[in-house]
Design a protein around this ligand. Structure first.
Ligand code: CMC
Length: 392
C-alpha cells in the first residue's frame, strides 16, 4: 500500500518519459521529434510526418517511397469486413463504427496477438493499420450516404488515395483538387501527435497489458470520441450553427459560457496544457481563410467563429482563466469546406492522430514500460456485516 498522492485528471503527473513530442504550454510551442509544427505543416506531407513520428527521423526519398509502396500493398480491407458496414444502422455515429472496425482487424490479422512479434512482423502490423484505416474511414463515409464503396487506387499517394475513396464515384472519374490535397495534408499533420493526451494515454495504458496494437488503437478512438477531447470539432460546428440560427448574438453565448449555473462551455476553447495560445489553432485559422478563399467558399459560420473569438478574448473571464481557441475551433470549418459532413470530423481527427498513437504504443513497448495501474484513495464504507435481505 504505502503513500498515495491524489492527482485527479493527472494534471501534474508524468506517466512516462517520451522522445516523440515536445510541448511548452506557456510559450505555445509544439514540436514532433524536434521539428516545429509550423515547419512540418508548411513543408512536409502527412506520410513523411507519420514516418518521422513512428521511426524517429524524417525519411530519405527511398525510405518514403518504400513506405508508400508497402502501404499501397495493404490498402484493401478483407471483403468480409464489408458485412460490418451493412450491419450498422445507417445513422450510427462514424466514431462507434471506426472503433469497432479497427478492433476487428485483430480478428483478421491474429498474428498481432503475439506480444513478442519480431521487428519485421510488427512493422507489417503498423503498415496494415495505416493502410486500412484510410480505406475504412472513407468507406464509413460512403456507407453513411448509402453509396457503393470505392476501392483504393494504388497509383495515388496516401492522402490523395483517401480523398479518391471518399469523394470518388464509380460512375465517373473525379479530379482530386491540389488545394484539397494540401489542406488535408496540413490538417492531418497538425493532429498527428500531442504527447500524453486522453486518447494517447489510453492507447499506452491498454497496450501496457500486452494487448495488441489494433485493440489499443480502438480504445484510443473511443477516448477521442468525447466532446471534451476530439469530439469537440463536431461540437464546435454544431455550436456555431446554433448561434447562427439564434440570430448570431455572440455576446449572449459568451455570457452563457461564463455562467456557472449553466453547463454550456464554449466548445473549441481552453486546453489542459496551452495557457497562452494553441500553435495548431493559429496555423489552422490562417489555413481556414486561405482554403475558403481558394475554394471560393463563403461560410457564414466563419464570421461567427471570428466574432466569438474576438469577444471571448477581450472578456476577463477567458483572459484570467487563460482560455484560448484550440485546434478544434477552426478545423471543422475547413473540413466542411472540403465537403465532409459534421459527423465525420472526429473520424478525420483519428486518421490524423493514428501515427502518433502508433509511435507512442511502440515507444511504450520498446521502453518495456510496466503495466499501467494507478492507485486510489479509498473513501467508502468500512467493516460492514451482511444483514439478511428481508431485514435490509
Ligand atoms: N468555456 C467556458 N469555461 C471554460 C472552458 C470553456 N470552453 N474551458 C474551461 N473553462 C473554465 C472552467 O469552467 C474552469 O473554471 P473554474 O476554474 O472557475 O472552475 C476553468 O476554466 C478551468 O477549466 P477545467 O475544466 O478545470 O480545465 P481542464 O484542463 O480540466 O479542461 C478542457 C480542459 C479542454 C477539457 C476544457 O477547457 C473544455 O472543456 N473545453 C471545451 C472542450 C474543447 O474544446 N475540447 C478540445 C480540447 S483541445 C483538442 C483535444 O484535446 O482534442
Amino acid at each position: 500500500t504505502g503513500f498515495v498522492t491524489l492527482d485527479s485528471g493527472f494534471k501534474n503527473t508524468g506517466a512516462t518519459k517520451s522522445a516523440i513530442t515536445f510541448l511548452d504550454g506557456e510559450k505555445g510551442i509544439l514540436k514532433y521529434r524536434g521539428y516545429s509544427i509550423e515547419q512540418l505543416a508548411e513543408k512536409s506531407t502527412f506520410l513523411e510526418v507519420a514516418y518521422l513520428l513512428i521511426y524517429g527521423n524524417l525519411p530519405t526519398q527511398s525510405q518514403i517511397d518504400d513506405f508508400q509502396h508497402q502501404i499501397s500493398r495493404h490498402t484493401l480491407v478483407h471483403e468480409d469486413m464489408k458485412k460490418f458496414f451493412d450491419g450498422f444502422p445507417s445513422k450510427s455515429h462514424p466514431m462507434g463504427q471506426l472503433s469497432s472496425l479497427i478492433c476487428s482487424l485483430s480478428s483478421f490479422y491474429p498474428e498481432c496477438l503475439d506480444p513478442h512479434q519480431t521487428k519485421e512482423e510488427f512493422d507489417l502490423t503498423i503498415i496494415k493499420l495505416l493502410a486500412k484505416m484510410a480505406t475504412i474511414v472513407s468507406w464509413i463515409y460512403k456507407k453513411s450516404l448509402g453509396h457503393p464503396v470505392i476501392y483504393p487506387k494504388n497509383k495515388y499517394d496516401y492522402v490523395t488515395n483517401f480523398l479518391h475513396m471518399t469523394f470518388g464515384q464509380r460512375t465517373e472519374d473525379v479530379e482530386i483538387d491540389e488545394v484539397v490535397v494540401n489542406a488535408m495534408n496540413k490538417l492531418l499533420i497538425l493532429h498527428a501527435d500531442h504527447e500524453q493526451n486522453c486518447s494517447t494515454s489510453t492507447v499506452r495504458i491498454v497496450g501496457s497489458s500486452d494487448c495488441n496494437l489494433y485493440a489499443s488503437i480502438s480504445a484510443g478512438i473511443s477516448a477521442l470520441w468525447g466532446p471534451l477531447h476530439g469530439g469537440a470539432n463536431q461540437a464546435v460546428i454544431e455550436m456555431l450553427e446554433k448561434i447562427k440560427n439564434d440570430g448570431g448574438d455572440v455576446d449572449k453565448w459568451v455570457n452563457k459560457a461564463k455562467d456557472k449555473n449553466d453547463s454550456f462551455r464554449l466548445m473549441g476553447f481552453g486546453h489542459r496544457v496551452y495557457k497562452n495560445f494553441d500553435p495548431r489553432a493559429k496555423i489552422i485559422k490562417k489555413a481556414c481563410d486561405d482554403i475558403l478563399t481558394k475554394l471560393g467558399i463563403n461560410d457564414p459560420v466563419l464570421g461567427i467563429a471570428k466574432k466569438l473569438e474576438e469577444v471571448a478574448l477581450s472578456d476577463p473571464y477567458f483572459v484570467d482563466k487563460k482560455l484560448y481557441p484550440n485546434v478544434d475551433f477552426y478545423s471543422g470549418i475547413i473540413y466542411r469546406a472540403l465537403g465532409f459532413p459534421t459527423e465525420m470530423f472526429t473520424v478525420l481527427f483519428a486518421l490524423g492522430r493514428l501515427p502518433g498513437w502508433i509511435a507512442q504504443w511502440k515507444e511504450m513497448r520498446e521502453n518495456k514500460e510496466p503495466i499501467g495501474r494507478p492507485r486510489q484513495i479509498y473513501v467508502g464504507e468500512n467493516d460492514r456485516d451482511i444483514v439478511p435481505i428481508e431485514k435490509r
